[in-house]
Ligand binder design. Structure first.
Ligand SMILES: [Zn+2]
Length: 302
């Protein structure tokens, strides 16, 4: 009991020195959505990202720590399109927080707000690998789609926290203006990349390349989500004889071995791109994510 009494004053001091409570507790499945929520919500939101740039968002363990975070969340922001199908439903079930179930307003699916690419035209089966029925889920690598998603997220924040409506609107207008200017700048910087052919490890670059007019010359994965094989690399090399490629790209969360091996086989440079916020030292928000990505694609050391 004595111990407890000693503990109470410390607790009071702690509570008093903690800044005002945020209105919304946001659980983002990936760092890009935590960043976007911070841009739009500022001090009214408290954000947490379930994954870092060094973790493969397709394969995350539903740890108890994550379940506890979902339990306390007012809003979940995830890429969707089945990217998190292996772990998010489990977190939602275990957390027992009905507000953030997938059909509730406390769940925000970014890919559902935009047109997705790579939507399979034929019936899918297991032999196609990790193909998603709702299309390619890596939507955040097109800044134009980010803006569409930001518009929808701004409305959702105001819906869940009506008292903050003006605050969110102000931040959204400011973000929109800075983001549109940045898009114009990036498009100018990347104009020389148009028509280039680049090899990817996984098709997580579809949206970026679609935006910049870059062509995917092939993937190191024989099928989405499947590991590279020696035979696949040999046939990929063969295919490049007819139409060459200028670069191989991979992310911070992928094992660089396949890219480096293929680079040795072909003499095509292998370049690591940040993929998301935190994926390189200088990448601490969505703006620097695209700054660094375009610099590295342009062959600048960054
Ligand atoms: Zn994927």
């Amino acid at each position: 009991m004595k111990k407890l009494i000693h503990f109470i004053p410390a607790l009071i001091i702690f509570t008093m020195t903690t800044p005002a409570m945020a209105a919304l507790n946001i659980f983002a499945c990936e760092p890009e959505w935590a960043s976007l929520a911070k841009e739009l919500g500022g001090e009214r939101v408290k954000t947490f990202s379930a994954t870092t740039a060094y973790q493969d968002p397709h394969h995350i363990e539903a740890r108890p720590g994550l379940i506890a975070k979902v339990r306390r969340a007012d809003l979940l922001i995830c890429s969707g399109a089945e990217l998190e199908v292996g772990w998010l439903p489990l977190l939602q079930r275990q957390a027992g927080n009905t507000k953030v179930l997938s059909n509730e307003r406390g769940y925000f699916e970014a890919s559902a707000m935009v047109k997705t690419l790579d939507v399979p035209v034929e019936t899918m089966d297991r032999t196609m690998g990790d193909v998603h029925a709702a299309g390619n889920p890596h939507v955040h690598l097109d800044p134009r789609r980010i803006l569409t998603i930001a518009t929808a997220l701004n409305a959702r924040l105001a819906e869940l926290d009506p008292q903050g409506k003006e605050h969110y609107q102000k931040r959204y207008s400011d973000f929109k203006q800075r983001w549109q200017q940045a898009i114009t700048k990036w498009q100018q910087q990347a104009s020389g990349l148009k028509g280039k052919r680049i090899i990817v490890h996984h098709r997580d670059w579809v949206y970026l390349f679609d935006w910049l007019g870059i062509e995917i010359a092939g993937a190191l994965e024989p099928k989405p989500g499947l590991p590279t094989t020696a035979g696949h690399l040999v046939s990929l090399k063969q295919a490049l004889k007819l139409s060459p490629a200028t670069m191989i790209v991979y992310t911070a969360y992928q094992n660089p071995r396949a890219a480096k091996r293929f680079s040795q086989m072909t003499n095509i440079p292998a370049v690591e791109l940040p993929y998301t916020v935190g994926g390189a030292e200088q990448v601490n928000d969505l703006f620097s994510l695209f700054d660094v990505t375009i610099k590295r694609l342009s062959g600048e050391r960054q």
